[in-house]
Write a protein that binds this ligand. Structure first.
Ligand code: GSH
Length: 255
């Protein structure tokens, strides 16, 4: 059971720590947390208040966003791929990174399409910020987040088509796997890509309240209406998300 500790308490903790966006299913953090749990890694967590300055955490982690992860007295890290490789070092089994170089390249490439710069998470966030900007009176925290996460009109306009492109690549790969009877994105077993897709799908088609107890207003905002994106959201992708969630995620999600 996730119990948030005050940030001060985790700074000098000797083991694995994570700062998580509190109260909303922020996918970068939920994916990192779930990878810890799949690998049986004990960890302690502190809350990041979304949209707030969180100055102490920024001073410690050097990054104005969450998750921030730290191990022992090593430098805190925040990028999804660095966090994944740390967990592989701390608990090599079960491995979530394919040992075959070609499969690994495909896994990391498709994971970037979800978690990386200009990936699904990045573009979906631009879509979520757009209405406030278009209204001409975006509140301060949206302005702060928008400038932090690269909001501009051109990229916001292109976001839907870019998300659809990434979804089509994911659907093509998943269909080829299911066609040969393997219900994972890559290779023969669970990889980090299955975890990332399951966590980030909440930004397009949120899980029901009993599985993901997020504020109702946020759920309505997260459910994508853009027809370009909806048409690329293949039903197999959502079926896969629900199966991986049931088999590998804590249910309900801990926010
Ligand atoms: N550092 C992560 C990205 C993390 C990220 O974008 N976090 C956002 C999620 S929306 C966040 O912290 N939002 C809350 C805030 O900025 O206050 C990576 O590069 O892989």
């Amino acid at each position: 059971m996730l119990q948030y500790r005050p940030f001060e308490e985790i700074i000098n903790h000797p083991g694995l720590r994570i700062v998580l966006v509190q109260g909303t299913p922020s996918p970068w953090g939920q994916a990192a947390k779930t990878i810890f749990e799949i690998k049986g890694l004990d960890y302690v967590a502190a809350p990041w208040l979304p949209g707030e300055p969180n100055a102490e955490i920024v001073a410690w982690g050097g990054e104005a966003s969450a998750p921030v992860v730290a191990w022992a007295n090593e430098k805190p890290i925040n990028r999804w791929i660095d966090i994944l490789y740390l967990t592989e070092r701390l608990a090599p089994q079960p491995s979530l990174i394919p040992s075959d170089a070609t499969e690994r390249a495909l896994m990391i490439g498709l994971s970037h399409e979800i978690c990386g710069q200009m990936g699904i998470g990045w573009n979906r966030r631009l879509e979520l910020f757009a209405p406030a900007y278009v209204s001409g009176n975006a509140p301060a925290n949206i302005h702060r987040m928008g400038s932090k996460y690269g909001y501009n009109e051109a990229d916001a306009k292109a976001a839907g088509v870019r998300i659809a492109g990434s979804l089509k690549a994911l659907a093509t790969q998943l269909k080829s796997q299911y066609a040969r009877g393997v219900h994972y994105f890559i290779g023969e077993a669970l990889s980090a890509l299955d975890v990332y897709w399951t966590a980030f799908a909440n930004l397009l088609d949120p899980l029901p309240a009993e599985q993901c107890p997020m504020p109702e207003t946020r759920r309505q905002a997260f459910a994508v209406t853009d027809p370009v994106v909806r048409s690329a959201l293949d039903p197999l992708l959502l079926e896969h998300r629900s199966r991986i969630f049931r088999e590998y995620f804590r249910n309900p999600m801990e926010l």
